[in-house]
Design a protein around this ligand. Structure first.
Ligand code: KIV
Length: 266
C-alpha cells in the first residue's frame, strides 16, 4: 500500500501508483461505520458515489440524489477515513450548469465534508468544467464509458463500445487536468488501449483487468443488494443473507419469549 509520511493517500500518490505499477482499489462508501471498516481494510479510495440514490435510497436511477444529500453522506465518510482518499460524486445535473456553478458546488462539497476530490461523469464534453475545477484547486476524477446519469438518453444502461470516442474522452479529460478516470462498462481491449495511452490512472468497473485500478459498488461486493448483480461483480460475502437470518432468529426469540433471558438485563 502506498502511504505518504502521515499515512494518508493523496491525489499525487494516486497518480504515482500508476507509475509504480501498484493497483488502486476503490469502493463506494456512504456512512461512517462502513467507511471506517473499508479504511481499516486498506482500500485506497472511498467513493461517495451517486449510486447511493439506488443502493441506499432505493431509487431506480442515480438521478434523484441531491447535493445536500451527497454532502451529508460525504461528511460521514470523510469523518471515518484516516488513510483513504475520499472522492465525492457531483450529482445530476450539477456539472452541466456551467463552470462557475460547478466550481461553487464542488467547493461547497469539499469545504463542508472534508473530502479531497470530486468525480464527474464526462470526458471531452466536460473538459472546460474539469479545467475550471482544477484551476480552483479541486482535484477531479473523470468518468467515461457508461455514464449512469445519461440513462434516459441511452434508454437503459448500455455498454459503450466506440473506441475512438472513448479514447478521445479519456485523453480530453487528462489534458483538462483530471487526476484519474473511471472507465465503466467498456470492452477490456479498449480499456487497455485507453490505459496505455494515459499518464493518469484508469479505474475500471466492468472494464477488464488492464485498468490501473478497480472499483465496485460495496453493496454488490458484499451481497447487500435486493437482487440483480452485474456480471462484472465478484461477491466476497452474503451480508444481506446474514442480516436477514439474524433478524429472523431474533424475531423468533422475541415471539417465543426466549429473548431477553434473565442474564440479558441491567
Ligand atoms: O456512483 C458510483 O458508485 C460510481 C461507481 C460505479 C464508479 O460512479
Amino acid at each position: 500500500m502506498t502511504n505518504n509520511k502521515s499515512g494518508r493517500i493523496t491525489v499525487p500518490k494516486i497518480v504515482k501508483m500508476k507509475v509504480a505499477g501498484e493497483p488502486i482499489s476503490m469502493l463506494t462508501a456512504y456512512d461512517y461505520p462502513t467507511a471506517k471498516l473499508l479504511d481499516d481494510a486498506g482500500v485506497d479510495i472511498l467513493l461517495v458515489g451517486d449510486s447511493v440514490a439506488m443502493v441506499v435510497q432505493g431509487n431506480d436511477t442515480t438521478l434523484p440524489v441531491t447535493v445536500d444529500e451527497m454532502i451529508y453522506h460525504a461528511t460521514l465518510v470523510a469523518r471515518a477515513a484516516q488513510r483513504a482518499l475520499v472522492v465525492v460524486d457531483l450529482p445530476f445535473p450539477e456539472n452541466h450548469l456551467g463552470v462557475h456553478q460547478t466550481v461553487a458546488t464542488a467547493a461547497k462539497i469539499l469545504k463542508r465534508t472534508g473530502a479531497q476530490a470530486v468525480k464527474l461523469e464526462g470526458g471531452a464534453d466536460q473538459a472546460d468544467v474539469i479545467r475550471g475545477l482544477v484551476s480552483a484547486g479541486i482535484p477531479v476524477m473523470a468518468h467515461v464509458g457508461l455514464r449512469p446519469q445519461t440513462v434516459h438518453v441511452m434508454g437503459g444502461y448500455r455498454h459503450q463500445r466506440n473506441a475512438q470516442e472513448l479514447l478521445g474522452d479519456a485523453q480530453a479529460a487528462e489534458r483538462a487536468g483530471a487526476f484519474s478516470i473511471v472507465l465503466e462498462c467498456i470492452p477490456s481491449d479498449i480499456a487497455k488501449t485507453v490505459t496505455n495511452s494515459l499518464k493518469i490512472p484508469t479505474i475500471g468497473i466492468g472494464a477488464g483487468p488492464a485498468c490501473d485500478g478497480q472499483v465496485l459498488v460495496l453493496h454488490d461486493l458484499i451481497g447487500l443488494t435486493s437482487g440483480y448483480v452485474p456480471s462484472f461483480v465478484r461477491q466476497y460475502a452474503q451480508v444481506g443473507q446474514t442480516i436477514r437470518e439474524a433478524a429472523r432468529a431474533w424475531t423468533r426469540d422475541v415471539k417465543h419469549r426466549s429473548f431477553p433471558s434473565q442474564q440479558e438485563g441491567v
